[in-house]
Design a protein around this ligand. Structure first.
Ligand SMILES: Cc1cc2nc3c(=O)[nH]c(=O)nc-3n(C[C@H](O)[C@H](O)[C@H](O)COP(=O)(O)OP(=O)(O)OC[C@H]3O[C@@H](n4cnc5c(N)ncnc54)[C@H](O)[C@@H]3O)c2cc1C
Length: 481
Protein backbone atom coordinates (compact mmCIF):
# COMPACT_ATOMS: atom_id res chain seq x y z
CA UNK A 1 0.00 0.00 0.00
CA UNK A 2 1.35 3.43 -0.91
CA UNK A 3 1.67 5.93 1.95
CA UNK A 4 2.47 8.85 -0.32
CA UNK A 5 3.47 9.89 -3.80
CA UNK A 6 7.10 10.98 -3.44
CA UNK A 7 9.89 10.07 -1.03
CA UNK A 8 13.27 11.77 -1.40
CA UNK A 9 16.50 10.32 -0.01
CA UNK A 10 19.35 12.79 0.49
CA UNK A 11 22.64 10.99 -0.21
CA UNK A 12 23.26 7.86 -2.28
CA UNK A 13 25.83 6.03 -0.17
CA UNK A 14 25.35 2.97 2.06
CA UNK A 15 22.56 4.46 4.21
CA UNK A 16 20.79 6.20 1.31
CA UNK A 17 20.79 3.06 -0.84
CA UNK A 18 19.49 0.84 1.98
CA UNK A 19 16.80 3.42 2.69
CA UNK A 20 15.73 3.56 -0.95
CA UNK A 21 15.16 -0.20 -0.74
CA UNK A 22 13.10 0.27 2.43
CA UNK A 23 10.92 3.03 0.93
CA UNK A 24 10.29 1.58 -2.53
CA UNK A 25 7.23 -0.54 -1.59
CA UNK A 26 5.51 2.38 0.18
CA UNK A 27 5.81 5.33 -2.21
CA UNK A 28 4.89 5.76 -5.86
CA UNK A 29 8.30 7.20 -6.58
CA UNK A 30 11.56 7.34 -4.63
CA UNK A 31 14.18 9.87 -5.66
CA UNK A 32 17.78 9.55 -4.41
CA UNK A 33 19.81 12.78 -4.66
CA UNK A 34 23.59 12.30 -4.67
CA UNK A 35 26.29 14.93 -5.06
CA UNK A 36 28.83 12.64 -6.71
CA UNK A 37 28.67 11.16 -10.18
CA UNK A 38 28.35 7.49 -9.31
CA UNK A 39 30.74 5.05 -10.98
CA UNK A 40 29.33 2.02 -12.80
CA UNK A 41 32.01 -0.19 -11.24
CA UNK A 42 33.50 -0.46 -7.77
CA UNK A 43 35.50 2.76 -7.65
CA UNK A 44 36.38 5.34 -5.03
CA UNK A 45 34.58 8.68 -5.13
CA UNK A 46 34.94 12.01 -3.42
CA UNK A 47 31.92 11.81 -1.08
CA UNK A 48 33.08 8.58 0.60
CA UNK A 49 36.81 9.00 1.30
CA UNK A 50 36.66 6.27 3.96
CA UNK A 51 36.24 3.66 1.19
CA UNK A 52 40.04 3.41 1.06
CA UNK A 53 39.98 1.65 4.44
CA UNK A 54 38.77 -1.84 5.41
CA UNK A 55 35.03 -2.12 5.98
CA UNK A 56 33.72 -5.03 8.03
CA UNK A 57 30.18 -6.03 7.20
CA UNK A 58 28.76 -7.34 10.48
CA UNK A 59 26.32 -10.22 10.34
CA UNK A 60 23.39 -8.14 11.63
CA UNK A 61 24.04 -5.73 8.75
CA UNK A 62 24.51 -8.52 6.26
CA UNK A 63 21.11 -9.93 7.29
CA UNK A 64 19.40 -6.52 7.28
CA UNK A 65 20.70 -5.74 3.80
CA UNK A 66 19.65 -9.23 2.70
CA UNK A 67 16.13 -8.56 4.00
CA UNK A 68 16.01 -5.27 2.06
CA UNK A 69 17.58 -6.68 -1.11
CA UNK A 70 17.10 -10.41 -1.69
CA UNK A 71 20.22 -12.13 -3.08
CA UNK A 72 22.48 -9.29 -1.93
CA UNK A 73 24.96 -11.70 -0.37
CA UNK A 74 24.98 -14.05 -3.36
CA UNK A 75 25.58 -11.08 -5.66
CA UNK A 76 28.36 -9.73 -3.44
CA UNK A 77 30.08 -13.11 -3.50
CA UNK A 78 29.52 -13.47 -7.26
CA UNK A 79 31.18 -10.05 -7.68
CA UNK A 80 34.26 -11.29 -5.81
CA UNK A 81 33.32 -10.97 -2.11
CA UNK A 82 34.78 -13.69 0.12
CA UNK A 83 32.71 -15.89 2.38
CA UNK A 84 35.05 -16.78 5.26
CA UNK A 85 34.96 -18.35 8.71
CA UNK A 86 37.07 -15.95 10.80
CA UNK A 87 37.89 -18.56 13.47
CA UNK A 88 39.48 -20.75 10.75
CA UNK A 89 40.54 -18.18 8.16
CA UNK A 90 41.87 -15.36 10.33
CA UNK A 91 45.13 -15.30 12.28
CA UNK A 92 44.25 -13.32 15.39
CA UNK A 93 46.78 -11.98 17.88
CA UNK A 94 45.53 -10.34 21.04
CA UNK A 95 46.82 -9.75 24.55
CA UNK A 96 47.06 -13.45 25.31
CA UNK A 97 48.75 -14.53 22.08
CA UNK A 98 47.55 -16.13 18.86
CA UNK A 99 44.13 -17.77 18.79
CA UNK A 100 44.12 -21.45 17.99
CA UNK A 101 42.26 -22.13 14.72
CA UNK A 102 38.97 -23.90 15.10
CA UNK A 103 35.63 -24.24 13.37
CA UNK A 104 32.69 -22.15 14.55
CA UNK A 105 29.21 -21.24 13.41
CA UNK A 106 30.14 -17.65 12.58
CA UNK A 107 31.03 -16.74 9.02
CA UNK A 108 31.50 -13.30 7.49
CA UNK A 109 31.46 -11.87 4.01
CA UNK A 110 34.48 -9.74 3.16
CA UNK A 111 34.79 -7.24 0.35
CA UNK A 112 35.95 -3.68 -0.20
CA UNK A 113 33.64 -0.84 0.72
CA UNK A 114 33.47 0.15 -2.96
CA UNK A 115 32.32 -3.34 -3.91
CA UNK A 116 29.65 -3.43 -1.20
CA UNK A 117 28.37 -0.08 -2.43
CA UNK A 118 28.45 -1.10 -6.09
CA UNK A 119 26.37 -4.21 -5.39
CA UNK A 120 23.93 -2.12 -3.34
CA UNK A 121 23.70 0.41 -6.17
CA UNK A 122 22.98 -2.34 -8.69
CA UNK A 123 20.21 -3.62 -6.41
CA UNK A 124 18.62 -0.18 -6.15
CA UNK A 125 18.84 0.33 -9.91
CA UNK A 126 16.71 -2.80 -10.35
CA UNK A 127 13.83 -1.14 -8.45
CA UNK A 128 11.47 0.31 -11.09
CA UNK A 129 10.13 3.19 -8.97
CA UNK A 130 13.52 4.41 -7.67
CA UNK A 131 15.54 7.04 -9.54
CA UNK A 132 19.06 8.10 -8.60
CA UNK A 133 19.92 11.68 -9.60
CA UNK A 134 23.68 12.03 -9.56
CA UNK A 135 25.84 15.12 -9.51
CA UNK A 136 23.27 17.25 -7.65
CA UNK A 137 23.88 19.04 -4.36
CA UNK A 138 21.09 19.22 -1.81
CA UNK A 139 21.14 22.70 -0.30
CA UNK A 140 17.83 23.30 1.50
CA UNK A 141 14.74 21.84 3.12
CA UNK A 142 11.29 23.26 2.49
CA UNK A 143 9.15 23.34 5.61
CA UNK A 144 5.63 24.34 6.51
CA UNK A 145 4.50 24.55 10.13
CA UNK A 146 5.82 21.33 11.79
CA UNK A 147 6.39 19.55 8.52
CA UNK A 148 9.19 19.09 6.02
CA UNK A 149 7.50 19.42 2.65
CA UNK A 150 10.35 19.16 0.18
CA UNK A 151 14.01 19.69 -0.60
CA UNK A 152 16.06 22.13 -2.59
CA UNK A 153 18.97 20.94 -4.74
CA UNK A 154 21.09 22.96 -7.16
CA UNK A 155 18.40 25.44 -8.32
CA UNK A 156 15.48 23.02 -8.26
CA UNK A 157 12.90 22.20 -5.61
CA UNK A 158 11.19 18.85 -5.17
CA UNK A 159 7.96 18.56 -3.19
CA UNK A 160 8.00 15.41 -1.08
CA UNK A 161 5.74 13.49 1.29
CA UNK A 162 8.71 11.92 3.03
CA UNK A 163 12.38 12.94 3.23
CA UNK A 164 15.32 10.94 4.58
CA UNK A 165 18.62 12.51 5.56
CA UNK A 166 21.40 10.08 4.59
CA UNK A 167 24.12 12.67 3.91
CA UNK A 168 26.58 11.22 6.41
CA UNK A 169 28.56 12.82 9.23
CA UNK A 170 28.75 16.20 7.52
CA UNK A 171 25.02 16.54 6.84
CA UNK A 172 23.72 20.11 7.12
CA UNK A 173 20.13 19.09 7.80
CA UNK A 174 20.28 19.93 11.51
CA UNK A 175 21.42 23.51 10.67
CA UNK A 176 18.62 23.86 8.11
CA UNK A 177 16.10 22.69 10.70
CA UNK A 178 17.42 25.15 13.27
CA UNK A 179 17.14 27.93 10.69
CA UNK A 180 13.53 26.86 10.14
CA UNK A 181 12.74 27.18 13.87
CA UNK A 182 13.53 23.82 15.46
CA UNK A 183 15.81 23.92 18.53
CA UNK A 184 19.47 22.90 18.30
CA UNK A 185 19.50 19.12 18.72
CA UNK A 186 21.54 17.77 21.61
CA UNK A 187 24.70 16.23 20.15
CA UNK A 188 26.55 13.52 22.06
CA UNK A 189 30.18 13.12 21.08
CA UNK A 190 33.27 11.17 21.99
CA UNK A 191 36.23 11.46 19.70
CA UNK A 192 38.85 8.93 20.76
CA UNK A 193 41.27 10.41 18.18
CA UNK A 194 41.34 7.26 16.14
CA UNK A 195 43.45 7.49 12.99
CA UNK A 196 43.48 4.93 10.18
CA UNK A 197 46.25 4.57 7.66
CA UNK A 198 45.81 2.06 4.83
CA UNK A 199 47.47 0.86 1.65
CA UNK A 200 46.11 -1.57 -0.95
CA UNK A 201 48.09 -4.61 -2.10
CA UNK A 202 47.81 -7.34 -4.70
CA UNK A 203 48.45 -10.76 -3.20
CA UNK A 204 51.09 -13.03 -4.74
CA UNK A 205 49.90 -15.86 -6.99
CA UNK A 206 51.64 -18.42 -4.74
CA UNK A 207 51.96 -18.23 -0.99
CA UNK A 208 54.23 -20.26 1.28
CA UNK A 209 52.50 -23.03 3.22
CA UNK A 210 52.84 -21.13 6.51
CA UNK A 211 50.64 -18.38 5.07
CA UNK A 212 47.41 -20.28 5.64
CA UNK A 213 45.40 -17.28 6.80
CA UNK A 214 43.32 -14.92 4.70
CA UNK A 215 42.79 -12.19 7.31
CA UNK A 216 45.37 -11.06 9.85
CA UNK A 217 44.34 -9.13 12.97
CA UNK A 218 46.83 -7.78 15.50
CA UNK A 219 45.33 -6.19 18.58
CA UNK A 220 47.25 -3.58 20.62
CA UNK A 221 49.66 -5.02 23.17
CA UNK A 222 48.44 -5.22 26.78
CA UNK A 223 52.04 -4.49 27.88
CA UNK A 224 52.11 -1.25 29.84
CA UNK A 225 55.95 -1.04 29.78
CA UNK A 226 58.10 0.84 27.32
CA UNK A 227 57.61 -0.35 23.75
CA UNK A 228 57.43 1.09 20.23
CA UNK A 229 54.23 3.04 19.48
CA UNK A 230 53.45 0.48 16.78
CA UNK A 231 52.77 -2.17 19.46
CA UNK A 232 49.72 -0.10 20.38
CA UNK A 233 48.36 -0.19 16.83
CA UNK A 234 45.34 -2.20 15.80
CA UNK A 235 46.46 -3.85 12.59
CA UNK A 236 44.52 -5.60 9.85
CA UNK A 237 45.61 -7.29 6.69
CA UNK A 238 42.09 -7.36 5.32
CA UNK A 239 41.17 -9.57 2.36
CA UNK A 240 39.05 -8.13 -0.42
CA UNK A 241 37.91 -9.16 -3.89
CA UNK A 242 40.31 -9.62 -6.79
CA UNK A 243 43.11 -11.37 -4.86
CA UNK A 244 43.85 -8.15 -3.00
CA UNK A 245 44.15 -7.03 0.62
CA UNK A 246 44.12 -3.74 2.47
CA UNK A 247 47.00 -3.33 4.91
CA UNK A 248 45.69 -1.06 7.64
CA UNK A 249 47.13 0.30 10.86
CA UNK A 250 45.01 2.25 13.29
CA UNK A 251 45.53 3.79 16.69
CA UNK A 252 43.81 5.68 19.45
CA UNK A 253 45.57 9.05 19.64
CA UNK A 254 48.96 8.27 18.07
CA UNK A 255 50.69 9.84 15.06
CA UNK A 256 50.25 7.53 12.10
CA UNK A 257 52.40 7.16 8.99
CA UNK A 258 51.20 9.04 5.92
CA UNK A 259 53.98 8.40 3.39
CA UNK A 260 54.73 5.05 1.79
CA UNK A 261 58.24 4.90 3.32
CA UNK A 262 56.91 5.72 6.80
CA UNK A 263 54.11 3.16 6.32
CA UNK A 264 56.53 0.36 5.42
CA UNK A 265 58.87 1.33 8.27
CA UNK A 266 56.05 1.41 10.84
CA UNK A 267 54.74 -1.96 9.60
CA UNK A 268 58.12 -3.49 10.46
CA UNK A 269 57.76 -2.35 14.07
CA UNK A 270 54.27 -3.80 14.81
CA UNK A 271 54.43 -6.57 17.37
CA UNK A 272 54.62 -9.50 14.96
CA UNK A 273 56.77 -9.64 11.80
CA UNK A 274 53.95 -11.45 9.98
CA UNK A 275 52.34 -8.19 8.84
CA UNK A 276 55.37 -6.70 7.13
CA UNK A 277 56.51 -10.08 5.80
CA UNK A 278 53.14 -10.47 4.10
CA UNK A 279 53.34 -6.93 2.71
CA UNK A 280 56.83 -7.62 1.36
CA UNK A 281 55.47 -10.57 -0.62
CA UNK A 282 52.70 -8.43 -2.20
CA UNK A 283 52.68 -5.63 -4.76
CA UNK A 284 51.37 -2.27 -3.58
CA UNK A 285 48.63 -0.84 -5.80
CA UNK A 286 47.92 2.43 -3.99
CA UNK A 287 49.39 5.29 -2.06
CA UNK A 288 48.92 5.52 1.71
CA UNK A 289 45.52 6.88 2.78
CA UNK A 290 45.03 8.47 6.19
CA UNK A 291 41.69 9.27 7.86
CA UNK A 292 41.01 11.07 11.10
CA UNK A 293 37.27 11.65 10.84
CA UNK A 294 36.32 8.89 13.22
CA UNK A 295 34.68 10.35 16.35
CA UNK A 296 31.47 8.92 17.80
CA UNK A 297 28.66 11.45 17.20
CA UNK A 298 24.95 11.03 17.93
CA UNK A 299 22.52 13.79 17.04
CA UNK A 300 19.69 13.21 19.51
CA UNK A 301 16.69 14.15 17.39
CA UNK A 302 14.77 11.61 19.47
CA UNK A 303 14.89 14.05 22.38
CA UNK A 304 12.91 16.75 20.58
CA UNK A 305 9.39 17.04 21.90
CA UNK A 306 8.03 17.74 18.44
CA UNK A 307 10.32 16.21 15.83
CA UNK A 308 9.62 17.37 12.29
CA UNK A 309 6.99 15.46 10.41
CA UNK A 310 7.97 14.13 7.00
CA UNK A 311 11.64 13.62 7.90
CA UNK A 312 13.77 10.79 9.28
CA UNK A 313 17.53 10.27 9.55
CA UNK A 314 19.45 7.12 8.65
CA UNK A 315 23.16 6.27 8.90
CA UNK A 316 26.01 8.56 9.94
CA UNK A 317 23.75 11.62 9.58
CA UNK A 318 22.17 10.68 12.92
CA UNK A 319 24.77 8.45 14.57
CA UNK A 320 28.36 7.84 13.50
CA UNK A 321 30.75 5.53 15.33
CA UNK A 322 34.44 4.99 15.88
CA UNK A 323 35.09 2.69 12.90
CA UNK A 324 37.26 0.27 14.90
CA UNK A 325 34.04 -1.49 15.87
CA UNK A 326 32.91 -1.90 12.23
CA UNK A 327 29.36 -0.79 12.96
CA UNK A 328 28.47 2.04 10.55
CA UNK A 329 27.01 0.24 7.52
CA UNK A 330 25.32 -2.41 9.63
CA UNK A 331 23.76 0.13 11.94
CA UNK A 332 22.48 2.10 8.92
CA UNK A 333 21.02 -1.05 7.35
CA UNK A 334 19.34 -1.99 10.65
CA UNK A 335 17.75 1.48 10.85
CA UNK A 336 16.59 1.22 7.22
CA UNK A 337 15.00 -2.16 7.88
CA UNK A 338 13.37 -0.78 11.03
CA UNK A 339 11.94 2.05 8.94
CA UNK A 340 10.49 -0.45 6.48
CA UNK A 341 8.88 -2.36 9.36
CA UNK A 342 7.34 0.85 10.73
CA UNK A 343 6.06 1.83 7.29
CA UNK A 344 4.56 -1.63 6.83
CA UNK A 345 2.59 -1.28 10.08
CA UNK A 346 1.12 2.16 9.46
CA UNK A 347 -1.78 3.25 7.30
CA UNK A 348 -0.95 6.97 7.27
CA UNK A 349 2.07 9.12 8.04
CA UNK A 350 0.54 10.91 11.00
CA UNK A 351 2.69 12.99 13.40
CA UNK A 352 3.09 10.15 15.92
CA UNK A 353 4.79 7.99 13.27
CA UNK A 354 7.96 10.10 13.52
CA UNK A 355 8.35 10.11 17.30
CA UNK A 356 7.59 6.38 17.40
CA UNK A 357 10.20 5.65 14.77
CA UNK A 358 12.78 7.85 16.52
CA UNK A 359 12.14 6.00 19.80
CA UNK A 360 12.57 2.59 18.14
CA UNK A 361 15.67 3.80 16.31
CA UNK A 362 17.14 5.09 19.61
CA UNK A 363 16.82 1.58 21.04
CA UNK A 364 18.59 0.11 18.01
CA UNK A 365 21.36 2.76 18.06
CA UNK A 366 21.98 2.28 21.77
CA UNK A 367 23.45 -1.19 21.15
CA UNK A 368 26.42 -0.09 18.97
CA UNK A 369 26.75 3.21 20.84
CA UNK A 370 27.22 1.53 24.23
CA UNK A 371 29.71 -0.91 22.75
CA UNK A 372 31.76 1.97 21.36
CA UNK A 373 31.57 3.88 24.66
CA UNK A 374 32.64 0.81 26.69
CA UNK A 375 36.13 1.08 25.28
CA UNK A 376 36.53 4.65 23.99
CA UNK A 377 35.63 6.20 27.34
CA UNK A 378 38.83 4.71 28.78
CA UNK A 379 41.17 6.65 26.48
CA UNK A 380 42.90 9.68 27.93
CA UNK A 381 43.10 11.26 24.46
CA UNK A 382 39.30 11.12 23.97
CA UNK A 383 37.33 14.38 23.96
CA UNK A 384 33.62 15.12 23.86
CA UNK A 385 30.44 15.29 25.86
CA UNK A 386 30.67 11.60 26.82
CA UNK A 387 34.15 11.85 28.33
CA UNK A 388 33.77 10.54 31.87
CA UNK A 389 35.32 12.18 34.94
CA UNK A 390 39.03 11.28 35.28
CA UNK A 391 38.54 8.79 38.13
CA UNK A 392 35.95 6.87 36.12
CA UNK A 393 38.00 7.05 32.96
CA UNK A 394 40.93 5.46 34.82
CA UNK A 395 38.72 2.62 36.01
CA UNK A 396 37.37 2.06 32.50
CA UNK A 397 40.93 2.15 31.10
CA UNK A 398 42.13 -0.34 33.70
CA UNK A 399 39.20 -2.70 33.20
CA UNK A 400 38.12 -2.55 29.55
CA UNK A 401 41.31 -3.82 27.81
CA UNK A 402 41.94 -6.75 30.19
CA UNK A 403 38.20 -7.53 30.31
CA UNK A 404 38.12 -7.71 26.51
CA UNK A 405 41.16 -10.03 26.43
CA UNK A 406 39.64 -12.14 29.19
CA UNK A 407 36.34 -12.55 27.32
CA UNK A 408 38.24 -13.40 24.11
CA UNK A 409 40.21 -16.03 26.09
CA UNK A 410 37.03 -17.50 27.60
CA UNK A 411 35.35 -17.51 24.19
CA UNK A 412 38.22 -19.60 22.82
CA UNK A 413 37.41 -22.36 25.29
CA UNK A 414 33.70 -22.10 25.87
CA UNK A 415 31.38 -22.36 22.85
CA UNK A 416 28.50 -20.58 24.63
CA UNK A 417 30.66 -17.57 25.58
CA UNK A 418 32.02 -17.67 22.02
CA UNK A 419 28.51 -17.60 20.55
CA UNK A 420 27.39 -14.65 22.70
CA UNK A 421 30.62 -12.74 22.09
CA UNK A 422 30.16 -13.20 18.33
CA UNK A 423 26.59 -11.91 18.69
CA UNK A 424 27.78 -8.80 20.55
CA UNK A 425 30.47 -8.14 17.92
CA UNK A 426 27.84 -8.54 15.20
CA UNK A 427 25.28 -6.28 16.97
CA UNK A 428 22.88 -9.20 17.45
CA UNK A 429 23.01 -8.81 21.24
CA UNK A 430 23.88 -5.94 23.56
CA UNK A 431 26.96 -6.07 25.76
CA UNK A 432 24.67 -5.64 28.80
CA UNK A 433 22.55 -8.67 27.83
CA UNK A 434 25.63 -10.79 27.35
CA UNK A 435 27.20 -9.80 30.66
CA UNK A 436 24.03 -10.56 32.59
CA UNK A 437 23.41 -13.93 30.94
CA UNK A 438 23.81 -16.56 33.71
CA UNK A 439 25.38 -19.12 31.36
CA UNK A 440 27.93 -16.56 30.16
CA UNK A 441 28.74 -15.54 33.74
CA UNK A 442 29.23 -19.22 34.66
CA UNK A 443 31.48 -19.70 31.60
CA UNK A 444 33.59 -16.67 32.52
CA UNK A 445 33.94 -17.87 36.13
CA UNK A 446 34.91 -21.35 34.98
CA UNK A 447 37.51 -19.86 32.67
CA UNK A 448 38.88 -17.68 35.50
CA UNK A 449 39.28 -20.75 37.73
CA UNK A 450 40.84 -22.87 34.98
CA UNK A 451 43.26 -20.06 34.13
CA UNK A 452 44.22 -19.71 37.80
CA UNK A 453 44.90 -23.48 37.83
CA UNK A 454 46.90 -23.21 34.61
CA UNK A 455 44.48 -25.42 32.65
CA UNK A 456 43.48 -24.61 29.10
CA UNK A 457 41.44 -26.82 26.84
CA UNK A 458 42.93 -25.52 23.59
CA UNK A 459 46.52 -24.35 23.28
CA UNK A 460 47.09 -20.68 22.55
CA UNK A 461 49.43 -17.93 23.64
CA UNK A 462 52.02 -18.84 21.01
CA UNK A 463 54.99 -16.49 20.72
CA UNK A 464 54.02 -13.40 18.65
CA UNK A 465 57.40 -13.59 16.94
CA UNK A 466 56.60 -17.07 15.62
CA UNK A 467 54.13 -17.64 12.80
CA UNK A 468 50.76 -18.86 14.11
CA UNK A 469 50.26 -22.58 13.50
CA UNK A 470 47.96 -23.78 10.74
CA UNK A 471 46.75 -26.67 12.91
CA UNK A 472 42.98 -27.01 13.20
CA UNK A 473 42.26 -27.28 16.93
CA UNK A 474 38.51 -27.90 16.55
CA UNK A 475 37.47 -30.78 18.84
CA UNK A 476 36.44 -32.92 15.84
CA UNK A 477 39.74 -32.29 14.03
CA UNK A 478 41.69 -33.03 17.24
CA UNK A 479 39.90 -36.39 17.52
CA UNK A 480 41.12 -37.31 14.02
CA UNK A 481 44.73 -36.21 14.67
C1 LIG B 1 38.24 4.92 8.43
C2 LIG B 1 36.85 4.37 8.47
C3 LIG B 1 36.65 3.00 8.52
C4 LIG B 1 35.36 2.48 8.60
N1 LIG B 1 35.19 1.14 8.74
C5 LIG B 1 33.92 0.64 8.81
C6 LIG B 1 33.70 -0.76 8.91
O1 LIG B 1 34.62 -1.57 9.06
N2 LIG B 1 32.41 -1.19 8.87
C7 LIG B 1 31.36 -0.34 8.79
O2 LIG B 1 30.21 -0.78 8.76
N3 LIG B 1 31.54 0.98 8.75
C8 LIG B 1 32.79 1.49 8.76
N4 LIG B 1 32.97 2.83 8.69
C9 LIG B 1 31.81 3.70 8.76
C10 LIG B 1 31.10 3.78 7.42
O3 LIG B 1 31.98 4.22 6.43
C11 LIG B 1 29.92 4.75 7.57
O4 LIG B 1 29.19 4.42 8.70
C12 LIG B 1 29.02 4.68 6.37
O5 LIG B 1 29.69 5.08 5.22
C13 LIG B 1 27.83 5.59 6.59
O6 LIG B 1 27.12 5.66 5.42
P1 LIG B 1 26.20 6.92 5.13
O7 LIG B 1 25.50 6.59 3.86
O8 LIG B 1 25.42 7.26 6.33
O9 LIG B 1 27.20 8.13 4.92
P2 LIG B 1 28.36 8.33 3.87
O10 LIG B 1 28.91 7.05 3.42
O11 LIG B 1 29.29 9.32 4.46
O12 LIG B 1 27.66 8.96 2.60
C14 LIG B 1 27.06 10.22 2.55
C15 LIG B 1 26.63 10.46 1.12
O13 LIG B 1 25.94 11.70 1.03
C16 LIG B 1 26.41 12.42 -0.09
N5 LIG B 1 26.20 13.85 0.20
C17 LIG B 1 26.76 14.57 1.20
N6 LIG B 1 26.31 15.84 1.16
C18 LIG B 1 25.47 15.92 0.11
C19 LIG B 1 24.69 16.97 -0.46
N7 LIG B 1 24.69 18.21 0.07
N8 LIG B 1 23.92 16.70 -1.55
C20 LIG B 1 23.89 15.45 -2.08
N9 LIG B 1 24.61 14.43 -1.58
C21 LIG B 1 25.38 14.65 -0.50
C22 LIG B 1 27.89 12.03 -0.19
O14 LIG B 1 28.42 12.26 -1.46
C23 LIG B 1 27.81 10.55 0.15
O15 LIG B 1 27.55 9.78 -0.98
C24 LIG B 1 34.25 3.36 8.60
C25 LIG B 1 34.45 4.74 8.55
C26 LIG B 1 35.74 5.24 8.50
C27 LIG B 1 35.94 6.74 8.48
Amino acid sequence: MHLGKTAVVLGGSAAGLCTAGALAPYFEEVLVLERDELPAQAEHRRGVPQSKHPHFLLNSGRRAIGALFPRFEADLIAAGGLHLMPSMDAAYLDGEGWSARKRSAMTMVYGSRILIERVLRDKVRELPNVTIREGVTVNALSTHSQRVTGVGFDDEEKIADFVVDAMGRGSSVSSWLVAAGWPEPEVRTLDAKVTYTSRWYELPADRPEAWWWQHLVIMPTPDKGKHPDEHDFLVNFFPIEGNRAIACMGSWGLDMPRTTDAFVEAARRVRTPLFSTAMDRCSPTSEVHLTRSTGNKWRRYDRWRTPPEGLVFIGDSICAFNPFYGQGISSAAISALLLREHLSRTTSLEPRFYSRFLAAQRKALNVPWRLAMARDQGYECAVGTEKPPEWRRRIIAAVSGPAFSFIVGAAREDPVVDEHFAKVFNLDESLGDMMTNPRVIAGLLRYRIRTALGRHRVPFGFDPQVDPPATDYSPAAAAVR
